[in-house]
Design a protein around this ligand. Structure first.
Ligand code: MG
Length: 443
């Protein structure tokens, strides 16, 4: 089992993910990718520069060629993997975590992020690393202009003339993260009137915390109202996830952004939709209406990417990370937002949102150590089996009812069991959680 790698790569505070550890992990990553050509990118966190040098040193010491992309968004770096024919990529980023955190996101030559399981294989290589001979260490190069190449790719999939004609006014809340280095340029190039907010890179995140929750993006919502903009967009720290504000300044949560992207995608191309077991029934309903099938995966971006790579037209998770295989197998917060802005030129965002079936999702966590968590999962499975209910056990236990579901699953990182429920109303979802909490707690 992986010690450092979780569902989102290796993450920790600077004390936990120290330069020494990053160097060792990078040596192992270099060996995992057969001493090949490895791209290296980072976000704007204050510890990024230090950890970058540790990663460069680790990779070069085992004989890899390192190509530095500099400070770019995660989707940009992930797009560049296939473009530059690289054998792998390391992004030094902690995504939406607090500023004292950092992390290593590792991506393979296909552009698929390394899962916890593959992370475990990398960690095995950490024992007994053999460094290269003095004349066999790797070469360090840099590649500039990735953001521009990424913008060009995105524009190739957007009807720019249509956007230029309409010239929508868009508030861009980059949260002082990596969207700052690409979003204002991208949306200006599309022909939007851009109102930037928190759009300079600052690793202390002075504008707002980097997780784009409704509470954290209040300033963006207010600015949309104040400026009578057509929409507002806010990204997380590395710009792979995105949330919106409609033209009235109402918050549009990540699962609605995903649902809207599925509607837009299925209008232009039919095919499979990939999603995690925690995704809204709205996706299932939209897919069914369009004659498409939904393929479910475990919760975690790497599992989504792996499934999309096997053949799908779109993939996504409920927190607003959406994969478009025409760009890459990574969550694409920039392309997703560009697609939605393109759609805004046909009708307003609030009008589009009316096409999404209404469901309410409630999440709860119950404190439980490993032993208790196991008991709860077993109890959930037993309950489902005894009552002949429709259930899936690919990630915890998900019980499907008519127009609602419940998931009982242990947290990957904390001593909790999470219980999620979705139903047509919040009351119904709360009732489902209450009922199942009792059942699995043996009360
Ligand atoms: Mg992220």
């Amino acid at each position: 089992m992986a010690k450092y790698f979780g569902t989102n790569g290796a993450r920790g505070t600077f004390q936990q993910l120290s330069p020494e550890l990053v160097m060792k992990l990078s040596q192992a990553i270099g060996l995992y990718f057969n001493k090949g050509k490895i791209l290296l990118a980072r976000d704007g966190r204050l510890t990024g520069e230090t950890l970058k040098h540790a990663a460069v040193s680790g990779l070069l010491s085992v004989g890899c060629t390192v190509v530095e992309l500099g400070m770019v968004s995660s989707p940009t770096a992930e797009y560049m993997v296939r473009k530059l024919n690289a054998d792998g990529l390391i992004i030094i980023t902690a995504s939406h975590n607090p500023p004292e955190w950092n992390g290593l996101k590792v991506v393979d030559s296909e552009g698929i992020a390394i899962s916890k399981e593959r992370g475990g294989e990398i960690e095995k290589l950490m024992d007994g690393i053999e460094i290269a001979g003095w004349d066999k260490t790797g070469k360090l190069r840099s590649h500039e202009g990735s953001a521009e190449e990424h913008i060009e790719e995105i524009l190739g999939h957007i009807d720019v003339d249509k956007v230029k004609k309409k010239k929508p006014k868009i508030v861009l809340d980059c949260g002082n993260g990596m969207a700052s280095v690409i979003a204002p340029k991208l949306f200006s190039s599309m022909g939007c009137e851009v109102i930037p907010l928190n759009s300079h890179v600052d690793g202390t995140f002075p504008g707002r915390p980097s997780e784009p929750t409704e509470a954290n993006v209040k300033e963006m919502l207010a600015l949309v109202k104040e400026t009578k903009a057509d929409a507002g967009i806010a990204w997380d720290g590395d710009a792979d996830r995105v949330v919106f504000a409609d033209e009235k300044g109402n918050f549009v949560i990540g699962d609605k952004v995903f649902a809207l992207c599925v509607i837009l995608k299925l209008k232009e191309k039919k095919g499979k939709v990939v999603s995690t077991v925690a995704t809204s029934l709205a996706i299932e309903e939209i897919a069914r209406k369009n004659g498409a099938e939904v393929v479910y995966t475990k919760i975690g971006a790497p599992y989504l990417s792996e499934a999309v790579a096997k053949g799908a037209v779109i993939g996504g998770e409920e927190v607003g990370g959406i994969i478009f295989p025409e760009i890459s197998f990574a969550k694409e917060g920039l392309f997703a937002s560009a697609k939605i802005v393109e759609a805004l030129c046909t009708k307003s965002l609030s009008e589009w949102l009316k096409e999404i079936p209404e469901y309410r999702n409630i999440k709860e966590k119950v404190p439980a150590d490993e032993a208790k968590a196991k008991k709860m999962i077993t109890a959930a499975k037993k309950y489902a089996e005894e009552n002949k209910l429709d259930y899936v056990d690919i990630d915890g236990i998900k019980i499907n009812y008519e127009n609602s579901w419940v998931i009982i699953r242990p947290s990957g990182t904390e001593a909790y069991v999470r219980i999620f429920a979705e139903a047509k109303t919040a009351e119904e979802a709360k009732e489902l959680i209450k009922k199942h909490e009792k059942i699995v707690s043996g009360e």
